[in-house]
Design a protein around this ligand. Structure first.
Ligand SMILES: NC(=O)c1ccc[n+]([C@@H]2O[C@H](COP(=O)([O-])OP(=O)(O)OC[C@H]3O[C@@H](n4cnc5c(N)ncnc54)[C@H](OP(=O)(O)O)[C@@H]3O)[C@@H](O)[C@H]2O)c1
Length: 299
C-alpha cells in the first residue's frame, strides 16, 4: 500500500470552491498535481490551467492516473462518485467533507483503496480563493494509520495543524464549525436588519456594525473569554436588558427569542468575568427565561 502523499501523483475530482483552493495550495506546498475532473469540463480546465503539468480529464482517468485522489465534490455527490469509479489496490481516496462519515467511501475501500477524510476548518466562497487561506487553520483528519500520519503531515505542509477526529465526534465538530461560521454570519445579518426598523437600512447597519464585529473577534483572540464579553449582561444592568426585550418583542419579535437565548448563554461568562452579583444574575435569568416563555405562549 502506498500512502505517501509526497511522492505520488495527486488528482482532484471536483473543481469548485474548496477543490480549486486546496489543489493550488498543495501545489504551492510542493505536491505533484497531475489530473483534475469535474462535472463540467469548464471548471476542470479552469483549475488545470492554473497548475503546471496538470490536465483536465474524466473522473475515471483521475482514478486511473493518480495514486492519491481527493473527492472535492458536494457532500451529496461523494457516495455516487466513489461508487461509480473503479479503484485499485494501494490507491488513496480522500473526501473533504466536515459532516460526512468516512464510510461514505466504503466502495473505494472495497476496491482496495485506503480511505481518509481531510477537512480544512475554513470557509471557501469561490473557485478563485488564494492558497493563503489554507494557512494557520486546523485540519480535521480521520483515517487509519499510516494514512492518518500522511494527512497530518499534509496539514503541516499547508501551514496549518492537524486535529485527530474520531468518527463519533464528527457531527459535533461540524456543528461547532457551522455555529462559529454560518450562524455567526446570520446573527450579524439579523443585527444589521434591525436598522431597517429605525429607518437606516440594513446596508448602513452592516457597514456600521462590522467594525464592532471585527473588534470583538480581535478581542476574542487577544484577550479571550471571559474578558472579551461586554454589555449590560456583564454590568448586571437589568433595566437595560428589560428595555431591549420590550423593544425587540414589539418591533422585531422573531429576533427576540434568539436575543434572549444568547443572553442567557452569556450569563455564566459574565459571572466568570466578575462584576455581576448573584442577585443581578438571578434577576437577569428570570427576565430572560420569562421572555422566552411569553414568546412560546404567543405561538
Ligand atoms: N466551501 C466550503 O467552505 C467548504 C469548507 C470545508 C469543506 N468543504 C467540503 O468541500 C467539498 C466541496 O465543497 P465546495 O464548497 O467546494 O463545493 P462546490 O463549490 O459546489 O464545488 C463542487 C465541485 O464539484 C463538482 N461536481 C459536482 N458534482 C460532481 C460529480 N458528480 N462529478 C464530478 N464533479 C462534480 C462541481 O462541478 P462543476 O463546477 O463542474 O459544476 C464543482 O466544481 C464538500 O465535501 C464540502 O463539504 C467545503
Amino acid at each position: 500500500m502506498n500512502a505517501d502523499l509526497r511522492s505520488g501523483s495527486i488528482g482532484f475530482v471536483g473543481a469548485g470552491a474548496l477543490g480549486s483552493t486546496l489543489a493550488r495550495a498543495m501545489q504551492h506546498a510542493g505536491h505533484h498535481l497531475t489530473s483534475v475532473a469535474s462535472r463540467t469540463t469548464t471548471s476542470a480546465e479552469r483549475l488545470a490551467s492554473s497548475i503546471d503539468g496538470c490536465e483536465a480529464v474524466t473522473v475515471q482517468d483521475v482514478a486511473d492516473r493518480c495514486g492519491v485522489v481527493f473527492l472535492t465534490v458536494p457532500d451529496s455527490a461523494i457516495l455516487d462518485v466513489a461508487s461509480a469509479t473503479q479503484w485499485r489496490s494501494g490507491q488513496v481516496v480522500i473526501h473533504c467533507s466536515g459532516a460526512s462519515p468516512l464510510s461514505i467511501l466504503d466502495s473505494a475501500n472495497r476496491g482496495g483503496a485506503l480511505i481518509g477524510a481531510f477537512h480544512p476548518l475554513q470557509t471557501f466562497g469561490g473557485s478563485d480563493g488564494s492558497p493563503n487561506i489554507m494557512r494557520d487553520i486546523a485540519y480535521a483528519v480521520e483515517a487509519e494509520s499510516p494514512l492518518r500520519e500522511e494527512l497530518e503531515t499534509l496539514a503541516n505542509d499547508l501551514g496549518g495543524w492537524p486535529i485527530a477526529l474520531a468518527a463519533e465526534d464528527r457531527i459535533l465538530y461540524h456543528a461547532s464549525a457551522i455555529a462559529a461560521c454560518g450562524l455567526l454570519a446570520t446573527l450579524v445579518k439579523l443585527s444589521a436588519d434591525l436598522w431597517s426598523d429605525f429607518g437606516q437600512g440594513s446596508d448602513a447597519g452592516l457597514r456600521s456594525l462590522l467594525p464592532l464585529v471585527r473588534s470583538t473577534l480581535d478581542g476574542i483572540e487577544r484577550r479571550g473569554f471571559p474578558e472579551v464579553l461586554t454589555g449590560p449582561m456583564v454590568r448586571g444592568d437589568v433595566a437595560t436588558m428589560q428595555s431591549h426585550i420590550n423593544a425587540l418583542a414589539a418591533r422585531a419579535p422573531a429576533f427576540q427569542p434568539i436575543y434572549s437565548h444568547l443572553a442567557l448563554a452569556s450569563l455564566p461568562i459574565a459571572r466568570d468575568k466578575g462584576g455581576l452579583s448573584a442577585k443581578e444574575e438571578q434577576q437577569l435569568r428570570e427576565l430572560l427565561t420569562n421572555s422566552l416563555q411569553t414568546t412560546g405562549n404567543e405561538k
